[in-house]
Design a protein around this ligand. Structure first.
Ligand code: SF4
Ligand code: FES
Length: 236
């Protein structure tokens, strides 16, 4: 199997160039295994991120044959011909397949991504019913892989757009019965939910079924209600 890998070495390449590598076409190899084979036995200078190899850490996202994918969950058997591997689109390339994640982390931090509490804490454990857990659980499954940002045409054109995962993360806390925060100002700003044109590619790309498109559309309704009924409930 041929892997056509995008290379960009600062100080060497003026712009990214493709380099072909031949790898064993093994049934049990993910794209990440093939990249590690290249790094270990063919070309130790190839740079890419990974950690868990099991769809948990979110660090191995790349563009595989034009689509944002977790390379540890995308197998050589999914392809018949040469496979093109590029960095995630929508982010500045630092080297080879490694992109700059700082803008993404900055967007996540804008939504106050923690439980906000006011007043006295409960004296004992803060229990939740299964229904209260279910209300936000889906959004808590995000692994910050950035595939949804890479798939989102709005974010690629406007890096100021808060983006799918950050809005889903805000909803993870908005819908948590323990949270008392209010993220209305940031979510309803120009760079918030109203920037979304509901293309829906974020949800298609998400490997953890978080459904960020649903989170965004749901908060649009909340924001619209809040603008006409300023004292309406924060949660919905
Ligand atoms: S919402 Fe899905 S695609 Fe986006 S960062 Fe989270 S896990 Fe990745
Ligand atoms: S290596 Fe951790 S998600 Fe792929």
């Amino acid at each position: 199997m041929i892997l056509r890998v995008s290379r960009y070495r600062p100080g060497v390449d003026a712009e990214p160039v493709f380099q072909d590598y031949e790898v064993p076409d093994r049934d049990d190899w993910a794209i990440l295994d093939a990249l590690n084979h290249i790094k270990d036995t063919v070309d130790g200078t190839l740079s890419f991120r990974w950690s868990c190899r099991m769809g948990i850490c979110g660090s191995c996202g790349m563009t595989v044959n034009g689509e944002p994918k977790l390379t540890c969950g995308t197998f050589l058997t999914d392809f018949t011909g040469p496979v093109t591997v590029e960095p995630l689109r929508g982010f500045a390339v630092i080297r080879d397949l490694v992109v700059d994640i700082d803008p993404f982390l900055a967007n996540l931090s804008k939504v106050t991504p923690w439980l906000v509490r006011e007043g006295e804490e409960p004296a004992s454990e803060f229990a939740q019913t299964p229904e209260q857990l279910e209300a936000y659980k889906q959004y808590s499954m995000c692994i910050n892989c950035m595939l949804c940002y890479s798939a989102c045409p709005v974010y690629v054109l406007n890096p100021d757009f808060l983006g799918p995962a950050a809005i889903a993360l805000a909803q993870r806390y908005n819908l948590d019965s323990r949270d008392m925060g209010d993220r209305f100002d940031v979510l309803s700003s120009e760079e918030g939910v109203w920037g979304c044109t509901f293309v829906g590619e974020c949800t298609s790309a998400c490997p953890k079924h978080v459904d960020p498109a649903e989170a965004i559309q749901r908060y649009k309704l909340t924001a619209a209600l809040r603008s006409v009924l300023p004292f309406s409930r924060r949660r919905s």
